[in-house]
Design a protein around this ligand. Structure first.
Ligand code: UDP
Length: 238
């Protein structure tokens, strides 16, 4: 396989990706599969930082909308991402990939706090850094945390790894004519009203000229092909 074109990536994994076909929680085989995909790029020498979501365990918006205090619900959501981060770290350990969890909320007994300089040092050493607790603030999402940490880590690109292998012109499950966009500009994505990431995350990346990609973490070898510059997923550039 050819050499990677990205030296450092920020990978956003949604909580839902960890569920597999289950209706909630963490599916063991699924997490092992995801970790295998990440390992393949770590083995190429790519530095990987991960922001993990929490939607498989708790999403603050729905309980917030149902009358629960939104900020409280969001803190619960952030704690859910810490659980996923620990599960991910354990899965990395099993395959011999060194990783560290840093949490945006202080829970010292469980994970070290987010310290930018330390995280950068881990990445330089080849350790995968898993960022838990999103941005540490309610009313935000882990997509926004991915954009933020991607910029703080001076990543070359923010890669949103989902179940779908890119951004499509329509829902590929409903519309057989739906086509995948190979490349988009930020402006095209806005004009076409395409959902790449949530609006705050998208705006942050656009303002800071941070390239974005959307690809499937369930398509075997897709992440590895993407980092070597092959046509996988959708690339969003200025
Ligand atoms: N969350 C938050 N602030 C953040 C990141 C996440 O309040 O900076 C909360 C929010 O309630 C969100 C939940 O954590 O619904 C889980 O995160 P998200 O929905 O982004 O996870 P994903 O959809 O990626 O699984």
């Amino acid at each position: 396989m050819s050499a990677p074109v990205y030296k450092r990536i920020l990978l956003k994994l949604s909580g839902e990706a960890l569920m597999g076909d289950d209706s909630y929680g963490i599916n063991r085989d699924t997490i092992a599969r995801i970790v295998g995909e990440v390992k393949s790029v770590v083995d190429m020498g790519v530095q990987v930082a991960v922001v993990i979501g929490g939607g498989n365990i708790f999403r603050g918006v729905a309980p917030g909308a149902a009358g629960m205090d939104r900020a409280t619900a969001d803190y619960m959501g952030m704690l859910a991402t810490v659980m996923n981060a620990l599960a991910l770290q354990d899965a990395f350990r099993r395959v011999g990939v060194p990783s560290r969890v840093q949490s945006a909320l202080n829970i010292e007994q469980v994970a070290e706090p987010y310290i930018r300089g330390k995280a950068l040092r881990y990445l330089e050493e080849g350790t995968v850094v898993i960022f838990g607790a999103g941005t540490g603030n309610p009313f935000f999402t882990t997509d926004t945390a991915a954009a933020l940490r991607g910029m703080e880590m001076n990543a070359d690109i923010v890669v949103k790894a989902t179940k779908v292998d890119g951004v499509y012109s329509a829902d590929p499950k409903k519309d057989p004519t739906a086509a995948r966009y190979q490349r988009l500009s930020f402006d095209e994505a806005i004009q076409k009203d395409l959902k790449v990431m949530d609006a705050t995350a998208f705006t942050l990346c656009r303002d800071q000229n941070m390239p974005l990609a959307v690809l499937s973490i369930f398509k075997t070898g897709a992440l590895a092909r993407f980092v070597t510059g092959e046509d996988e997923g959708t690339l969003v550039l200025a």
